[in-house]
Design a protein around this ligand. Structure first.
Ligand code: GDP
Ligand code: ZN
Length: 306
């Protein structure tokens, strides 16, 4: 009788997988029916059998996923961290808003880290705090860090003590630096231009790194999560914006998209300053992108039918 055990999928390499067995990474063949029925992604929990005892393994079945983040794909994520900086680089809040929408869509808990606070003057810091107040009011934790000055690191570490943790954010904001400092790792850190240069020539895999008994961080060079998901529909966009979703029922038209419809409670709240203008603008921008994707899908379906 073959023994099957539950293992975590660490990394995918074409049609094979690296799985964790007794704390070690083992190479395993993935059965065709797994590829066909469920697919396999980093972060999956899988039933693995021993084809040759202690030497050859096969992935037999994937445990239903709790959630799945896309691009690159990671399954069963517990927490998603967005790293933002106000300087070097000056981050776009639009990306943060898009990230939040993606993550909420998958029912994953988001955290916002503002890194490189050592670079900010008192005035700049005050401004940054004001901007972030919007997000705190929406219920997202904001943690202020400096890898340079070792500030906020312990606080962040305490929040991220368990689970599968994904780091996202623009290139150069300090994701690798934060992971290294927090968990004593040695991921490559570098100037933005260097990183992009390297990325072009090396294949990069999404990989889970175990950093504690029940903690994994996801090292995804160039990982951004900064694209509009394919499977989201126009009416779903507002569910990624709690301050819009909670007012929707007050709009004059059911199904109001809050663009230019009369009697729109959301626009009214924006005008009164109850909804931050930059949040509303992000909403409109995402809505536009989702509409475009929907049009594309319709067009492709029509073409197929012909
Ligand atoms: P990533 O692309 O998001 O992974 O960013 P990296 O971790 O590679 O960091 C990009 C650059 O920012 C490196 O030169 C780091 O040394 C620098 N850096 C990271 N954190 C801080 C910080 O808190 N303060 C300052 N001044 N520089 C930092
Ligand atoms: Zn409306």
């Amino acid at each position: 009788m073959t023994i099957r055990r539950l293992s975590r999928v660490i990394k995918i390499d074409r049609y094979n997988a690296w799985v964790e067995i007794d704390g070690e990474e083992k190479y395993a063949h993935v059965r065709k029916r797994v590829l066909r029925d469920t697919g396999i992604y980093p972060g999956d929990y899988a039933w693995v059998s021993e084809v040759i005892r202690g030497r050859e393994y096969a992935v037999e079945k994937i445990v239903p996923r709790k959630n799945i983040l896309k691009r690159p794909t990671v399954a069963n994520v517990s927490k998603a961290i967005y790293v933002h900086t106000f300087k070097q680089p000056e981050g776009y809040l639009f990306y943060l808003d898009l990230f939040l929408m993606n993550v909420i869509h998958e029912h994953i808990k988001p955290y916002i880290v503002v890194n490189k606070v050592d670079l900010l003057s008192d005035e700049e810091l005050q401004y940054a705090k004001e901007v972030m107040k919007t997000y705190e009011n929406l219920g997202y934790p904001v943690i202020w860090t400096s890898v340079e000055k070792k500030e906020g690191i312990e606080e962040l570490k305490a929040l991220l003590d368990k689970g599968t943790i994904v780091f996202a954010g623009m290139s150069g904001v300090g994701k690798s630096s934060l992971i290294n400092t927090m968990y004593g790792l040695n991921l490559s850190v570098g100037a933005v231009s260097e990183k992009i240069g390297r990325g072009r020539h090396t294949t990069t895999y999404t990989k889970l790194i175990r950093v504690g008994e029940k903690t994994y961080v996801v090292d995804t060079p160039g990982f951004s999560l900064l694209e509009v998901p394919d499977d989201i529909e126009v009416k779903e966009v507002s569910s990624g914006f709690p301050e819009i979703a909670e007012r929707e029922h007050l709009c004059a038209y059911p199904g109001c998209l809050h663009v230019d419809e009369p009697g729109c409670a959301v626009r009214e709240a924006v005008e009164k300053g109850e909804i931050a203008l930059h949040r509303y603008e992000s909403y409109l921008k995402i809505l536009e992108a989702v509409k475009e994707k929907e049009e594309e899908r319709k067009w492709r379906r029509r073409k197929k039918r012909r």
